[in-house]
Design a protein around this ligand. Structure first.
Ligand code: UD1
Length: 424
């Protein structure tokens, strides 16, 4: 397994180009199953999760053409098999996103149950309940969800018990080809939901209310060829801004959208950073300052994103003062705590709250990445730790950050990938 070797101590300085959003690309690629034609999608990041989604579509017989700028042209008309096998779903939970489109467009879906993961149990009951209410027959056996419908799904009035991002996306995609109107209440409001709705509407669909907690979807009989550009990755943006903040640096993120990062920017300002923004850029200036501790409570959008929790934890470890970080979305999302502690952080966890006492400095240690955003927090911490930190199991980071070491190197970080030896 590849590792990252990072020598801490350099203040980051310069500009970085933000990639397309992973969490938008995955539902949109799954959503290409809906088109009766070809969907051309640009600004797709080159990430392991994206490759897995392309592999999944390819195995089903979907025609996917990728050019050298990661512009994808997808044509699902030759679909032969509507199965998402365990081997792929276990490597990427977001494979569940093919469930709604498959059953809506082809009348059948056989999708492996994703099971739990490092950050929690993560059930998909709301996806299934919603599809059933739209008339799908759902049978779960031998670890697989088998969903079928004779003819078209039918519109339904859905009230989600919990705000779920991929659940909202699955049901929105299914409803776009259903017969009649679907209303989804307590819908997720993330920018990626808005991007997916725009994609469906570009195919001739009719989704209203995206970005609010109520979606109204008028099903259409057929969705047609379209072109779409994926939005910027707000979590990658936030991660580079925190990397700038923790190193007392000056970092400008280009090709992004400050309107998607409200709560993250407010927290960075609270930490003492100067933030400037333009239509498609954000600059953080933290030169010659030590960050101040900031309290965090994760919430569904527009609240503070759980996907930025670990990075802010890293920032708080060396901040002036004591902070509390409360995780309300996932039950087990503090796996980075013990690794940060190995680098000298002072963190005490009680239930879903971590109390972080800022220390003057961190020291390098061998650490292990446990999930995607936890890995990012370890890299961020290593950028200020004294000495050389070796971050193991970085395949997690390759799932969600495009060219992380090249981008950080261009900002002046000392970071190198150590490729695994064959067979290790
Ligand atoms: C998505 C994001 C992930 C982010 C998360 C929360 C993608 C590909 N992934 O994950 O990066 O961390 O949103 O912002 O977009 N739940 C249920 N029943 C369900 C579905 C969810 O109880 O049927 C619960 C989950 O266990 C969790 C909460 O709802 O506690 C939110 O999860 P959800 O929004 O579904 O997360 P994902 O869509 O999997």
């Amino acid at each position: 397994m590849d590792k990252l070797l990072i020598s801490g101590g350099n203040a980051l300085s310069g500009e970085v180009r933000i990639s397309g959003s992973k969490n938008s690309s995955l539902p949109i690629l799954a959503g290409t199953l809906l088109v009766d034609g070809k969907a051309k999608v640009s600004n797709i990041p080159h990430l392991h999760d994206v490759t897995t989604m392309i592999e999944l579509l390819g195995q089903m017989g979907v025609d996917v053409v990728v050019d050298d700028h990661m512009v994808l042209e997808v044509d699902p008309r030759g679909l032969k098999d509507c199965t998402a096998p365990y081997e792929l779903v276990k490597t990427m939970r977001a494979s569940i996103l093919v469930l709604g489109p498959l059953v809506a467009r082809f009348g059948e879906a056989i999708v492996s149950l994703p099971g739990g993961c490092a950050i929690g149990s993560r059930p998909v009951d709301l996806h299934l309940k919603g599809l059933e209410a739209m008339g799908a027959n759902i049978n779960v056996a031998n670890g697989y969800i088998h969903a079928t419908v004779k003819g078209r799904l039918k519109g339904a009035h859905l009230m989600l018990d919990t705000v779920t991002v991929t659940g909202t996306e699955n049901l929105m995609m299914a409803a776009s080809l259903a017969n009649g109107r679907t209303i989804i209440e307590n819908a997720a409001r993330e920018p990626e939901i808005v991007d997916l709705a725009n994609f469906i509407n570009a195919m001739g669909g009719n989704v209203q209310g995206a970005g609010s907690d109520t979606l109204v979807i008028e099903g259409v009989e057929r969705l047609q060829s379209c072109e779409h550009t994926v939005i910027a990755d707000r979590i990658e943006t936030g991660t580079f801004l925190v990397a700038g903040a923790i190193t007392s640096g000056l970092v400008k993120c280009r090709n992004t959208d400050p309107r998607m990062l409200d709560t993250t920017l407010i927290k960075l300002e609270e930490a003492g950073a100067n933030i400037s923004t333009g239509a498609d850029w954000i600059e953080i200036d933290m030169r010659n300052r030590r960050p101040r501790a900031v309290n965090i409570r994760t919430m569904p959008h527009p609240g503070f994103p759980t996907d930025m929790q670990a990075q802010f934890m890293a920032l708080n470890t060396i901040a002036e003062g004591t902070s509390t970080i409360t995780e309300t979305i996932f039950e087990n999302r503090f796996m980075h705590v013990s690794e940060l502690a190995r680098m000298g952080a002072d963190i005490h966890v009680e239930g879903n709250t971590a109390v972080v006492r800022g220390v003057e400095s961190l020291t390098a240690a061998p650490v292990m990445a446990t999930d995607l955003r936890a890995s990012a927090s370890l890299v961020i911490a290593a950028l200020v730790a004294k000495g050389e930190t070796l971050v193991d199991r970085i395949y997690h980071i390759d799932r969600g950050y495009e060219c992380i070491e090249e981008k950080l190197q261009s900002l002046g970080a000392k970071i190198h990938r150590i490729p695994s030896k064959r067979g290790s």
